[in-house]
Design a protein around this ligand. Structure first.
Ligand SMILES: *Cc1c(COP(=O)(O)O)cnc(C)c1O
Length: 465
């Protein structure tokens, strides 16, 4: 590929003017950002011509892979026909209405509960802000305005706006903004490797972890709790896959106290776990489902909330005006791209392929990583996977966090043509759903190579034996 980009020039503009999200500005300016210039299929290229296999699908979103002409065409056609119009004042547009109906048809019904309605935003964060607004409105309309508290989990991720960051359970985010806002509280996450007692089985741990929700409800007062929110599998927290017993027990508890259940499927929906929506996989019945990322495969921003019958009925029939929404709610171009994206997912059968073929294939390859001297607890769920880098495999002893062993490993990944993400000492992936078996092999071989290089570096420095 001819190198037409002046890397140093772009890096200097970047350092001088672009404040990056979740970034130590000074540190980045000292190194200079990697300039990504093009992408095709499952690969991205930087301005120096280096190719990287993108095992993170961008940021969990490019599910159908890069370079899909159908999506560019859908955006182009819609921009020429109607690039924008609002839906505030009793108008709608063709893609927004069509997509809402499509999403309603894709969302599986559980026990007769269905999702017939959609509230649109442009991101996961905004969608979760909308959830907070909707949940409180719901209880107000039912004459229970004291039900305000939303329970979330430590190390969950729900976005970065004031309300979404409050729902998120990252203490380093809360520390920088007087967060959480009032009436949001957290319980511990179902992270077996970190939180299970010695000798406890995964199933036992799952029940105990769900029990923390009941304990919190009783502590807050059951009549004050509005909702519980959780990701089916925690993504940004490090691909934390809950035990099989966890979600059914959560369902039992929210039912017992009548509180709403919000499934934040910004990562997990649209085939990532082998289903259109992940609540189906884990067997629970949410009232609200947050989506974003994969709905457009990241080609254009779009997010929203699937609103289940229980909430929709009250908002519609008893509601009056809902004083909330965004300029870009139901953006015609974003919705047109989403429709084209879902069309690709349907015609290529991506959710089913992840469930029956690609997911199991990845799982078998990933389990083999457990043989590596640096690795504990390598596991996958659909097309997300994680592993822990450990100092002593036998005892499970972890590395000193100051060593930033995850970042060390990530450095080797970047240098060897692989994008893998580090979350503390966990290494995680969420590859595009369009991989072949050969590409999965290629990816796992790269992961092994980078684990070896990390191991050698740690050994040379005397951190492992
Ligand atoms: C990424 C993410 C969000 C936030 O989405 P943005 O589009 O970045 O605002 C919310 N929830 C989950 C589970 C996410 O992974």
């Amino acid at each position: 590929m001819p190198n037409t980009v002046d890397t140093a020039h772009i890096q200097s503009l970047d350092s001088a003017h672009f404040l990056h999200p979740f970034t130590d500005f000074k540190d980045l300016n000292a190194r200079g950002a990697k300039v990504i210039t093009k992408a095709e299929g499952i690969y991205i290229w930087d301005s120096e011509g280096n190719r990287l296999l993108d095992a993170m699908s961008g940021l969990w979103c490019v599910s159908v892979g890069y370079g899909r002409k159908e999506l560019a065409d859908a955006a182009h056609q819609q921009m020429m026909a109607l690039p924008y119009y609002n839906s505030f004042f009793q108008t709608t547009n063709v893609p927004a209405a069509t997509l809402a109906a499509k999403l309603a048809s894709l969302a599986p019904k559980v026990d007769g509960r269905s999702f017939e309605h959609v509230f649109y935003s442009s991101s996961g964060s905004e969608s979760n802000d909308s959830n907070v607004r909707m949940v409180r409105r719901y209880w107000d309309l039912l004459g229970q305005p004291q039900r305000k508290v939303i329970i979330s989990r430590h190390n969950g991720y729900h976005g970065s706006t004031m309300a979404a960051a409050s729902l998120s359970g990252m203490s380093y985010m809360h520390a920088q903004g007087d967060l959480p806002i009032p009436n949001i509280t957290h319980i511990e996450q179902p992270y077996f490797f970190e939180n299970a007692r010695s000798g406890e089985t995964s199933d036992e741990f799952g029940l105990r972890a769900a029990g923390w929700l009941e304990a919190k409800i009783l502590e807050v007062g059951p009549d004050k709790v509005a909702a519980f929110i959780g990701e089916p599998v925690q993504g940004a927290g490090g691909v934390i896959i809950p035990p099989a017993t966890y979600w059914p027990e959560i369902q039992r508890i929210v039912d017992k106290y009548g509180i709403l259940l919000i499934s934040d499927e910004v990562i997990c929906a649209f085939g990532r776990l082998g289903h259109w929506f992940a609540y189906e996989k884990f067997g629970y019945k949410p009232d609200l489902v947050t989506f974003a990322k994969g709905v457009t495969s990241g080609y254009i921003p779009l997010g929203g909330v699937l609103v289940g019958d229980r909430v929709a009925k009250v908002l519609i029939e008893q509601g009056g005006e809902f004083n909330h929404g965004y300029t870009y709610s139901g953006h015609p171009v974003a919705c047109a791209v989403a429709l084209a994206n879902l069309q690709i997912m349907e015609s290529e059968n991506l959710p089913e392929r992840v469930r029956t073929d690609l997911g199991p294939y990845l799982a078998s390859k990933y389990a083999a990583l457990n043989e590596h001297p640096l690795v504990a607890h390598a596991e996958s769920c659909g097309f997300v996977a994680g592993l822990v880098l450990v100092k002593d495999k036998r005892t499970g002893e972890r590395f000193d966090p100051d060593l930033s062993v995850g970042m060390l490993c990530r450095k080797h990944c970047f240098a060897n043509g692989l994008v893998m993400r580090a979350v503390g000492d966990r290494m995680i992936i969420a590859p595009p759903l369009v991989m072949t078996h050969a590409q999965i092999d290629e990816m796992v071989a790269l992961i092994l190579l980078c684990l070896d290089l990390t191991w050698q570096e740690l050994k040379t420095a005397g951190y492992v034996q």
